[in-house]
Design a protein around this ligand. Structure first.
Ligand code: DX5
Ligand code: ZN
Length: 222
């Protein structure tokens, strides 16, 4: 039985009904709620701030996996943690003092995670791996839901997992972008332990519950 976690991304939810959608994915068997924060700088789009995180926290008992696609995320970490974020992901590309930013997250007792874009090498986070609870390998360029999975991603995921195992790093490996029923088993086989899915959950023709069931079946089959 696979223990790979599914983290639906509410970026593809109806923003006017976020609470209900968070409750629905919780009931349907999600393991984490993935919350995409975009600042209009690191990526062109804008989404939510800490008050939205605080509001959706009331609709679920699941951990909130807050993915900050934000320049200088250290300016906002305390606010997101106060709002109820359980895991905070910052981008290696957005931090000039990555070690210090990770320390800030951990000081508050939250789980620290660092993301790398498709064009960023694992080496960008090599020196920080020992402090991380999670590593996020992006399988699309961040910014939009519904993009096509970059086909070379499984090799990178496997390389990251192998490197972490070799040096004894326990951090969980999360992947995000273009995950659907076809690509989920590919990333799971490559070593992903937490799988994010946005459009494959919220835009599925048979509804959210059926989409989550299908993805979990596919992940369990690996
Ligand atoms: C991409 C975001 C993702 C996005 C995933 O910039 O970080 O979390 O919501 O959406 P899908 O699963 O549709 O690629
Ligand atoms: Zn994300």
């Amino acid at each position: 039985m696979s223990t790979i976690k599914l983290a639906p991304s509410i970026l593809s939810a109806d923003f006017a009904r976020l609470g209900e959608h968070v409750a629905e994915i919780t009931r349907a068997g999600a393991d984490l709620i993935h919350v995409d924060i975009m600042d209009g700088h690191f990526v062109p789009a804008l989404t939510w701030g800490p008050r939205t995180v605080e509001a959706i926290k009331k609709w679920t008992h699941l951990p909130l996996d807050v993915h900050m696609m934000v320049e200088q995320p250290e300016r906002h970490i305390a606010s997101f943690l106060d709002a109820g974020a359980d895991i905070i992901t910052v981008h290696a590309e957005a931090c000039t003092q990555l070690h210090w930013t990770i320390a800030q997250i951990k000081e508050h007792g939250a789980k620290a995670s660092v993301a790398i874009n498709p064009g960023t090498s694992l080496m960008a986070i090599e020196e920080t791996l020992q402090w991380l609870d999670q590593v996020l390998v992006m399988t699309v360029n961040p910014g939009l839901p519904g993009q096509k999975f970059i086909p070379e991603s499984p090799q990178k995921i496997a390389r990251v997992r192998r490197f972490m195992d070799e040096i004894g790093i326990q951090a969980e490996l999360e992947v995000d972008g273009g995950i659907n029923a076809e690509t989920a088993p590919m990333v799971a086989r490559a070593g992903a332990q937490v799988v994010v899915a946005g459009s494959a959950v919220f835009d599925h023709p048979d509804g959210i519950e059926a989409a989550i069931r299908l993805l979990k079946e596919r992940l369990a089959s690996v």
